[in-house]
Design a protein around this ligand. Structure first.
Ligand code: KIV
Length: 349
């Protein structure tokens, strides 16, 4: 008999947290390394947000994010097998065309990305797609208020729900999503009083971002709260560490240690005292070292120089497989995109 898999967070349990008054900390996550860290911290929901378009891929909005990219990153996160739910964002145009298309896209996020649930932007207009997914057994998280996939229509990343009628529309949307079967709703950049009122009216948890403390949970973009993204800081973000400074300090220290010949030290050599195989005369190592070196192949100097130009044989430091150095990716064909316009600034309406 196979051993039982360790218990994981479930959708019904998360909904239960609301009933128990237990607040829900959610973070975005886009890769396996951070998924493991979030897992150590028992984060109950890891949201593979389409914010990865900006944070990871360098786009200026979430609109260029493809379903393939979402599947790729969702799979990376779920490969870490976190305890928390892995919720994958449905990217632009993956659910707006028809409920059937939405089901196909969500099915791929679940089957190929191993998502536990998906997130869909929009209220009444998305309710038919939500219903079809829920009927097929795919849990859905809703997303209302500042929905970044509508940025062209909104014309900016300001607060939503202040204008006459807009607050009422968000209330209606929230009810429609709950009735369609959503298990939670993200409320982004709406007035705190409206978020509190909607939270009180719903049975399912609300997850706020720039929506005040009256929600059942909170979500932040991981790179914002870690201070890794520094070009712009939305008003509602708290940096819990100045990550960019920490990383830059470490990178500078590394570059200085290499320049000064302090690193690598003997303890960092994969094989500091191992035997050195003699390079045969006329070998690639000799050619790489130039004609003078080729002439002396087999000499004492050659033995002392070691097998230059050959890939190291054993495992590299840290137990990783020895591998050829990777080519630097450099800048993409698109070139630098300029300062990223941030989602959910929550500033001017
Ligand atoms: O894409 C994302 O990261 C999100 C959250 C910020 C709610 O939608």
């Amino acid at each position: 008999m196979s051993p039982r898999a360790p218990a994981r967070m479930t959708v019904p349990e998360l909904v239960d947290w609301k009933g128990k008054g237990r607040r829900i900390p959610v973070l975005t996550c886009y890769d396996a390394t951070f998924a493991r860290i979030l897992d150590q911290c028992r984060i109950p929901v890891l949201l593979v947000g389409d914010s990865l378009g900006q944070v990871i891929l360098g786009h200026e909005s979430t609109l260029p994010v493809t379903l393939e990219a979402m599947i790729h990153h969702t799979r990376a996160v779920s490969r870490a097998r976190p305890w928390g739910l892995v919720v994958a964002d449905m990217p632009f145009l993956s659910f707006q065309v028809s409920p059937e298309r939405a089901l196909e896209a969500a099915g791929r996020l679940v089957r190929e990305g191993r998502a536990d649930a998906v997130k869909i932007e929009g209220g009444e207009r998305s309710a038919a797609a939500v219903r079809m997914l829920v009927d097929a057994g795919i849990p859905v998280m809703g997303h209302l208020g500042l929905t970044p996939q509508s940025i062209l229509a909104f014309g900016g990343y300001g607060v939503r729900g202040r204008a006459a009628g807009e607050g009422e529309a968000i209330r209606r949307d929230a009810r429609a999503l709950e009735q369609a079967g959503c298990f939670a709703i993200v409320l982004e950049a709406i007035p705190a009083a409206l978020a509190r009122e909607i939270t009180g009216a719903l049975r399912i948890p609300t997850i706020g971002i720039g929506a005040g403390p009256g929600c059942d949970g909170q979500v932040l973009v991981l790179y914002d709260m870690l201070g890794l993204f520094t070009e712009f800081k939305p008003r509602f973000v708290r940096r819990f560490v100045e990550g960019a400074e920490v990383v830059a300090g470490a990178v500078r220290a590394y570059a200085e240690a290499v320049a000064a010949g302090e690193f690598p030290a003997p303890e960092h050599c994969a094989d500091p005292a191992g035997p050195v195989a003699e390079a045969p005369a006329g070998s690639a190592a000799d050619k790489a070292a130039g004609p003078a070196r080729e002439a002396q192949a087999g000499s004492v100097a050659d033995k002392a120089a070691g097998p230059a130009g050959e890939a190291p044989a054993g495992p590299a430091v840290g137990g990783r497989e020895a591998s050829a150095p990777k080519a630097s990716p450099g800048r993409g064909a698109e070139g630098p995109s300029g300062p990223r316009q941030r989602r959910g600034q929550g500033g001017a309406a």
